[in-house]
Design a protein around this ligand. Structure first.
Ligand code: ZZB
Length: 266
């Protein structure tokens, strides 16, 4: 899997993260949450970023001024790829926390319409074994994200978050149409969640089906209706947006062996 690893710069840590990080990051250093995505062309529609509340994350030193937040497994993989850590196979971990410790942290999401920043929020279905265990949320085009966002808003108190962190106090949840498709309109995730009657993020079987459908339709038949590449086919826009993000220093390539290959070889 060739992911695009995005750099979401921390603007303000949550209170518990501040306590954990005290004295661990030099003054003036920047920290970045690093979600891995297969759909860089959807980054305009980011409304938050997810971590698994019980998953363990590390803060890893990339240079004197740059620190990355992701799973230790992902940091290790990165250290064996060019372009992140300076020394091959070395990924210095300066702090450790659980996803729940960073809920509410404000980060800057490159290309997102939400230029004032978005929040780190919990997603119970984040897998520790895939990508970086940080997942950027695009509720217009990812059914998992749409279902999670609805659930978070409905049960904000239970999740220990503020409803405005999820919906920006807006009826449309701050979701914008980015991609037009022939069969599902311009909010593919909402369409499929409603059509398949998905009730919660725990409807994993239906969500798997929705994801597959969304991916096929959005990626192969979709057309961009937002951003610099408006009018282009999604297939083409993917590379254009990815290259733009990499050139601006907001992203880097992150490869991972295919899950199927791992299971075949034991
Ligand atoms: C933004 C985005 C926008 C995504 C979209 C998808 C879609 P796959 O095919 O299963 O590899 N993801 C990444 N890492 C994790 C993780 N550790 N746990 C749970 N979800 C994760 O799926 C890759 C996608 O799953 C990634 O691309 C990421 O969400 C999420 F419009 O990033 B994506 C129809 C999908 N649409």
């Amino acid at each position: 899997q060739e992911y695009t690893a995005l750099k979401l710069k921390v603007k303000e840590w949550s209170d518990s993260a501040k306590k954990i990080l005290q004295g661990k990051l030099p003054d003036g250093a920047n920290a970045y949450f690093i979600p891995a995505t297969l759909r860089p062309e959807t980054m305009y529609g980011q409304t938050c970023c997810f971590v698994g509340p019980t998953i363990e994350y590390g803060v890893f030193k990339v240079s004197e001024t740059e620190y990355y937040v992701c799973s230790p497994r992902a940091a290790r993989n990165m250290s064996f790829q060019p372009g992140t850590f300076p020394e091959w196979g070395v990924f210095p971990q300066v702090a450790t926390f659980k996803g729940k410790d960073v809920i509410g942290t404000i980060i800057n999401a490159p290309l997102s319409i939400h230029t004032a920043g978005v929040r780190i929020l919990p997603m119970e279905t984040v897998k520790d074994t895939k990508g970086t265990a940080v997942v950027t949320c695009v509720p217009s085009d990812s059914p998992d994200d749409y279902a999670t966002v609805l659930d978070l808003a409905k049960k904000a108190e239970y999740y220990g978050i503020k409803k405005e962190w999820v919906d920006f106090g807006k009826e449309d949840f701050g979701i914008i149409p980015i991609i037009e498709t022939p069969s599902y309109g311009n909010l593919t995730a909402k369409f499929l969640v409603e059509e398949l009657k998905i009730q919660s993020p725990k409807d994993t079987k239906k969500l798997e089906e929705a994801k597959e459908k969304a991916y096929k339709e959005g990626f192969y038949k979709g057309k961009m209706i937002y951003g610099e590449f408006t009018g282009k086919k999604v297939e083409d826009a993917k590379t254009l947006v990815r290259n733009q993000l990499i050139e601006s220093g907001d992203a880097f390539a992150y490869a991972e062996p295919d899950g199927k290959v791992i299971s075949r070889s034991g």
